[in-house]
Design a binder for this molecule. Sequence first.
Ligand code: 1GP
Length: 235
Amino acid sequence: MSVLAYLDALRQQLGRCLAWLIDPDKPPTDRHWHRLPELQAAGLGLVLVGGSHVHRAPTPDWLAQLRERTACPVVLFPGSGWQLCAGADALLFLSLISGRNAELLIGQQVAAAPFVEQLQTEVLPTGYLLVDGGRPTSASYLSQTLPLPADKPQLARYTALAGQYLGLRVLYLDVGSGAARTVPPELVAAVHGGTDLPVIVGGGVRRWAEAEQLFTAGAQVVVIGTALEQGFDLG
Ligand code: 1GP
């Protein structure tokens, strides 16, 4: 099954899964691998690799090891074209549709297209919506874009709907890594209820209860990165 078919099936069947975001600058250690069974029992369904501010691209060897150890699809989440690497199951081909920075809407995508063509990896056309998470993050600073206001769920919904009309197949709502708060569940609900696309939500999730709220609001995938580096509490 393709990763897109998997995400579409989650959307249609009201399914949900956790995604573990791995920063290639901080590859997993034994401490993380020991927690893998627990994460899998909690519904780990995807492993994302990448980020907006990383210094090291993944390597094909490293991705191969990851695929051997997890059994979940390994999906690239590249903050820029130089993070592209062969050997993943799929690639989130991102366009920052909440912003008005032409480079991140279409410019870098044009530059990356010849490399993506060579990867022979499933491409997931993904609308990336940066939402205000209470303080500037690497994603907001580096993208030089204004995040969507967290208290304007309809604005987020219409942004997502425009992405759907443009042909995007996946939505990623993000407050950015290490944000002070998560995407508000009301905003997730507006986007989920107002579009037909699978919704990935990430940024600032530190407790299981927060992930549960986002799932209940309509997220198909909740991403956890920083908190897993620091010992996310699944209890
Ligand atoms: C960031 O959505 C991801 O792009 C995950 O954020 O590191 O805060 O979990 P955290």
